[in-house]
Ligand binder design. Structure first.
Ligand SMILES: NC(=O)c1ccc[n+]([C@@H]2O[C@H](COP(=O)([O-])OP(=O)(O)OC[C@H]3O[C@@H](n4cnc5c(N)ncnc54)[C@H](O)[C@@H]3O)[C@@H](O)[C@H]2O)c1
Length: 315
């Protein structure tokens, strides 16, 4: 933070730091109000720019503040976690949590720019790094077969955080997400595909009260479930299921949930906002590298796939 402020000042700009409480608990309206009051005290106006320096929590909060402050001012994302670099800083969805749920109050507000400096990842704890790989694997498994194969071949270098590897991984992930978002910025259709693996992931996170599994771990499990379900419907081969499982496990992520049975999953998933008007829309792969929506999968198929995932069957 100090380095950023110094470099802005040395470039002749005025800069002030505002801080927020750490973690998901700080991503709320109280923080927004506090930051908003401070910004008013500092006479921040529409010609100013907010720079969100931090992980996804800071990016979402600062982006939401920028979206509503004086009816919207510019902001720049400077993501410092891998998850924020490959996912949350891209696409302009910014939100805070309310007591009824995560990210339930937000706006679409695109950042002026996103600057990702991968050297910031040197200090990122291992579990934060691995968790973000859940989303990276999703980009390959759902949108780009070559990128998936590249991850299989370079897993050791990725986990070793080799700079050239990370640069490619971040660039590729950003490009894939941006490509989908460009076609459907306001999330009315195609952007939904970015939720590949997220139906079960949300249920797994919720069932564990957001403590048992991190979001990234839950996405890894959700991806495996999506592939197992797709195999039952003849959309992917057993070998493809095994490859996805191997990559998820190799990235240090779990491949099956704990503490959630099929009934809990169905109950939580039915209340999920991604299940529109009771119509069970699922996003499922069509082989590695492509995915699409499928409606009304029978409960029997979902159950058998769930059991297969829990048994940890290999193909
Ligand atoms: N807007 C979107 O499209 C979108 C997409 C995905 C996730 N999200 C949101 O992103 C948030 C999760 O983001 P996150 O995973 O970055 O979590 P986070 O922002 O809480 O950061 C994780 C931890 O890493 C620490 N940290 C940050 N940068 C670091 C660094 N360089 N070195 C060491 N430690 C560092 C943070 O202090 C924190 O303790 C959630 O609130 C989620 O809802 C938003």
């Amino acid at each position: 933070m100090g380095r950023l402020v110094e470099s802005l000042k040395s470039a002749g700009m005025e800069a002030e730091c505002l801080f927020m409480p750490p973690g998901e608990e700080g991503k709320n309206f109280n923080t927004i109000e506090t930051l908003l009051e401070k910004a008013l005290d500092l006479n921040i106006d529409r010609r100013c720019v907010i720079i969100a320096l931090g992980g996804g929590v800071v990016g979402d909060t600062a982006g939401f503040l920028a979206g509503i402050y004086m009816r919207g001012i510019d902001y720049i994302q400077v993501p410092t976690t891998l998850l924020a670099m490959v996912d949350s800083s891209i696409g302009g969805k910014v939100a805070v949590n309310v007591s009824r749920g995560k990210n339930m109050a937000g706006v679409f507000h695109q950042p002026l720019a996103v600057f990702a400096d991968i050297s910031l990842l040197d200090s990122l704890p291992g579990e934060e790094f691995s968790a973000a790989l859940g989303e990276v694997i999703k980009y390959g498994a759902g949108f780009d077969r070559e990128f998936f194969e590249w991850q299989e071949q370079h897993l050791r270098s990725i986990l070793g955080r080799e700079p050239r590897c990370l640069l490619y991984l971040v660039e590729k992930s950003v490009g894939l997400k941006a490509h989908v978002v460009e076609k459907d910025e306001k999330d009315r259709g195609e952007r939904m595909l970015l939720n590949l693996g997220h139906t079960l992931a949300h249920a797994v996170e919720k069932a564990g009260n957001y403590r048992t599994f991190s979001h990234g771990q839950a996405v890894g499990i959700g991806l495996v479930y999506a592939f197992v379900t797709a195999r039952r419907l003849g959309r992917v081969s057993g070998e493809e299921v095994s490859r996805v499982k191997r990559l998820v496990a190799g990235a240090g992520l779990p491949v099956k949930p704990q503490g959630i049975g099929f009934r809990d999953f169905m109950q939580i998933a039915l209340n999920d906002k991604k299940w529109e008007r009771g119509n069970s829309i699922f996003i499922l792969p069509e082989g590695i590298g492509k995915c699409s929506t499928v409606s009304n999968i029978s409960e029997g198929v979902l159950r058998l796939a769930f059991e297969e995932m829990m048994e940890g069957r290999t193909f």
